[in-house]
Design a binder for this molecule. Structure first.
Ligand code: SF4
Ligand code: SF4
Length: 341
């Protein structure tokens, strides 16, 4: 009869996780660094990061009696950018349905199995009060790359992290070696120099933060650097040489949604609230709501658009939402300046 840990790994792989490794439940390795990062305000508008610091840095506060962290990786790689020539980029993880629902179902099933073995669990996928990348490194799932993202030897950068905190005592795995070496490709690739030093990220400069988490206007100094990105940014991930081993995920949930990718950039400008909600039903993009999405689209059009985009943008300059109106006006000015040059 295989031991409990081996049985758990078998269960996790059968559920579709690509890897499953164990860390000890203890204070996170980067506890002090994280607290300083928050104290310096580098989390920007992400106020949730500054809440419950005690819980966020020690899983035993989240689940009294916790002994182990079950760290899981789910592959979401879907190959290269989908066909369709809309002239924009969306971060790979947001090409289709929100991953939270899919992964939570798998975690729930694993939790139920572990409960049968006598464990009590809390499970999270990326929104939980846990510094999950620290525990992923402890478990040897991957290592913390200079990009601050976890790098997995086989999956590269294209995987979701999820975890269960459990009262079951499981043999911890050995941490992975840092295999970044002298490489700095992720830092060099960042269009806004948001990776200020190895493993140090100023979220306020990051295009993922600016296009997803930030509720307000995009600072003018970053708008040109956004290029054609309308939701998130993958540049520091794409640059990583460890992606050469990545295999396409079997999860159809992550395949590019045709109804989105067959649109041109300017087609998004005329979406009503209702149409926006329908187009992005179940997608992570729906969460930022239409005004912030159109804000992003306007910036991308300001960077890539032409005279044919001007009528729709000029209409949006009168939009009742000031966020949309201001970014549309900026885009119009950028296109006109380019055409005059
Ligand atoms: S996501 Fe883009 S902007 Fe953010 S750190 Fe990576 S490369 Fe830079
Ligand atoms: S791009 Fe290079 S430095 Fe950055 S995470 Fe990958 S291996 Fe490490």
């Amino acid at each position: 009869m295989p031991d409990l840990k081996s049985q758990l790994i078998t269960q996790a792989l059968a559920l579709g996780f690509a890897d499953c490794r164990i860390a000890e439940a203890k204070p996170a390795a980067h506890k002090a660094i994280f607290e300083q990062w928050v104290a310096d305000g580098k989390h920007g508008d992400m106020a949730w990061m500054a809440r419950n610091l005690e819980r966020r840095t020690d899983p035993r506060v989240v689940l009294p009696g916790a002994k182990s962290m079950v760290m899981l990786a789910l592959n979401y790689f879907q190959g290269e950018t989908p066909s369709g020539d809309g002239g924009y980029r969306i971060a790979r993880y947001a090409w289709n349905d929100d991953y939270h629902d899919l992964i939570e179902k798998k975690l729930k099933a694993l939790d139920a199995w572990m409960a049968e073995q006598g464990g009590t669990q809390r499970y999270y996928v990326d929104t939980g009060p846990v510094l999950e990348r620290d525990f992923a490194s402890d478990a040897g799932l991957g290592w913390g790359g200079k990009s601050t993202m976890q790098i997995h030897r086989r999956l590269g950068t294209w995987f979701f992290l999820a975890e269960l905190i459990t009262t079951l005592e499981l043999m911890p795995d050995t941490p992975a070696k840092d295999l970044c070496g002298k490489c700095t490709r992720c830092m060099d690739a960042c269009p806004t120099q948001a990776i200020t030093a190895p493993q140090q990220m100023d979220a306020r400069r990051c295009i993922s933060y600016l296009t997803i988490e930030s509720k307000g206007g995009i600072p003018v100094k970053f708008r040109r650097a956004m290029g054609d990105r309308i939701y998130g940014c993958d540049d520091c991930l794409t640059a990583c040489p460890w992606n050469k081993f990545a295999q396409v995920s079997h999860e159809a949930t992550f395949q590019a949604r045709e109804s989105v990718f067959n649109k041109r950039l300017r087609d998004f400008l005329t979406l009503t609230d209702e149409e926006f909600r329908m187009l992005f039903a179940k997608s992570p993009i729906k969460r930022i709501k239409r005004p912030a999405f159109l804000r992003n689209v306007c910036v991308a059009l300001g960077n890539t658009g032409n005279a044919e985009d001007l009528p729709a943008l000029e209409t949006l300059m009168q939009d009742e939402h000031p966020l949309i109106a201001e970014h549309a006006a900026w885009a119009v000015q950028e296109i006109q300046t380019r055409h005059r040059a």
